[in-house]
Design a protein around this ligand. Structure first.
Ligand code: SAM
Length: 189
């Protein structure tokens, strides 16, 4: 997010077909809630294309990249590493410490898919649980970012958007940069 150290989300593991929607939502959630970049495995091309398309249409800056070696990304990361896992320390116990440390260092936030290797737990600076109950990588990421950014992510603005949603109590309104109302009453998709 503007004005802070770089925050990158690594989606660790992806099963094509089965995980397509979840991996896409990891990317969309990362973009919407304050990350600067998402890293997908190289077999998640469909999800990467969808997130890139949304970024083109709804604005940035936000980068989508793919890697053929997620383990190497973690190993070589020059900064701090948070691994979101139901087995980790409660977010409410470590959020202040993480925020303080990230003031000076970039942050890699890892969310898994099916199962992550144990080395990742060892490599992480913090293994963080959003509750210690099993749920989803998207929910974990959303709560983590809201705690980490203390709500500031909700006030972000987006540059170079082809379309912008105008909040309305009822109905749907989407405008293009020239203020032309291109989808009043439509869904804007
Ligand atoms: N046993 C896994 C674990 O370590 O959390 C659950 C797998 S879950 C289907 C996929 C991903 O969701 C996990 O790798 C983790 O990143 C995230 N996740 C699930 N529950 C979570 C929780 N309570 N807190 C933080 N992240 C969670």
């Amino acid at each position: 997010m503007q004005g802070s150290q770089e925050v990158v989300v690594l989606r660790y593991g992806h099963r094509p077909g089965r995980d397509d929607r979840m991996t896409t939502h990891v990317g969309l959630t990362a973009r919407a809630l304050g990350a600067d970049r998402v890293l997908f495995p190289d077999n998640a091309t469909q999800a990467a294309e969808t997130v890139a398309d949304i970024t083109d249409r709804f604005g940035g800056p936000f980068a989508i990249e793919q890697t053929d070696s997620q383990a190497a990304v973690v190993r070589n990361w020059e900064g701090l590493v948070v691994h979101l896992t139901m087995y980790g320390l409660p977010i409410q116990a470590v959020e202040d410490e993480i925020r303080g440390a990230v003031d000076t260092d970039p942050l890699l936030v890892i969310v898994g898919g099916e199962k992550v290797p144990f080395e990742l737990y060892e490599h992480a600076d913090w293994n963080v649980g959003v509750t210690n109950q099993p749920h989803s990588e998207v929910a974990g990421l959303a709560v983590f970012f809201d705690r980490f950014f203390e709500g500031r992510e909700l006030n972000q603005t987006w540059a170079d958007a082809e379309r912008t949603v105008i909040p309305k109590a009822t109905g749907k309104k989407v405008v293009s940069p020239d203020e032309h109302d291109c989808a009043s009453g439509g869904d804007g998709s």
